[in-house]
Design a protein around this ligand. Sequence first.
Ligand code: F6P
Length: 361
Amino acid sequence: MSGGKRIGIITSGGDCAGLNAAIRAIVHRAVNTYGWEVLGIREGTNGLLDRPARYLKLDPATLDAQTLRLGGTILGTTNKGDPFAYPMIDGAVKDRAPEIIGGYRELGLDAMIGIGGDGSLAILRRLAQLGDLKLIGLPKTIDNDVGFTELSIGFDTAVAVATEALDRLQPTAASHARVMVLEVMGRDAGHIAVSAGIAGGADVILIPEIPYGIESVAAKLRRLREAGRSFALVVVSEAVKTLKGAEVQRRYHGGETRFGGIGAYIADVIAEHTGAETRVTVLGHVQRGSVPSPRDRLVASAFGTHAVDLIAENKFDRMVAWANRQVIDVPIEDAIARYRPVELNGTLVRTARALGICFGD
Ligand code: F6P
């Protein structure tokens, strides 16, 4: 027992499935094993910006197994407003890091567990260094591109959703003899596309890590047709570029640009080059909002437990990670410095190629 601590949990950046399982595990370990108090910060760093700082006192009795099944985060989150260059209502940009550090102090926290992707963990670490805050990081992102961890919370569920989408597209593709294009998320990395593409029996997988040519894709689809297959399934990761090398993004109200639209583009060029009838499905945030898969629940629970144990051992500035069926921990600095793209000669790409899946190269 190392009694008397008060720790905070902050979920930061885009939500995903499994965050609540991590929160639940943290609270159970901290309260039941160590006798600590746990505060859940509301809406990411926003909760520490407000005065009084906004939080939920977390009690293991209310975080029962129902919490495991919940998608999203019961604390709320934000992926807006870099605290070091925070956009104010009057259009000015302000460094609000001192206010966030002040919020941490106001709550009397001895340590904080930040659950985020590489961007959020980088921001939280910078705040921790500036304010001498005690930070442990947990990796979460459906993109699964955080360095030094084989798994980030949320990825497995996103793959399950995308795989189910392919399962559902296949019969309608076959009935109408169509080429179905499925656009999946992944920002800069094609992990969801590769995993779901293999698991869901895709014929073509396009990812940002492997430049494609339309001739190669068209040739694959022609071969399928010649072999008597009337339909095809194509998975495209949102960050794949057009044939001219442009990212397909849309500018939204407020000036923010977001990925979206490469699926429609690919469907069009496939139709043009093969004469096939094509249709597009954009999965979008459906990949994030699902009930967490068993694996995400397990990984998140193990991550949460280990994070609390690190605090008990007075080890900070570490990110919990998954490697070789184990929970480990690595310096946050190393994890955020090494972005993890799809390995071009890795097991999954080799497996896909062995199955005849075309990457367009
Ligand atoms: O990084 C996770 C992610 O879901 C990406 O795959 C996607 O491009 C992005 O977040 C979407 O962000 P938002 O929730 O702001 O639309």
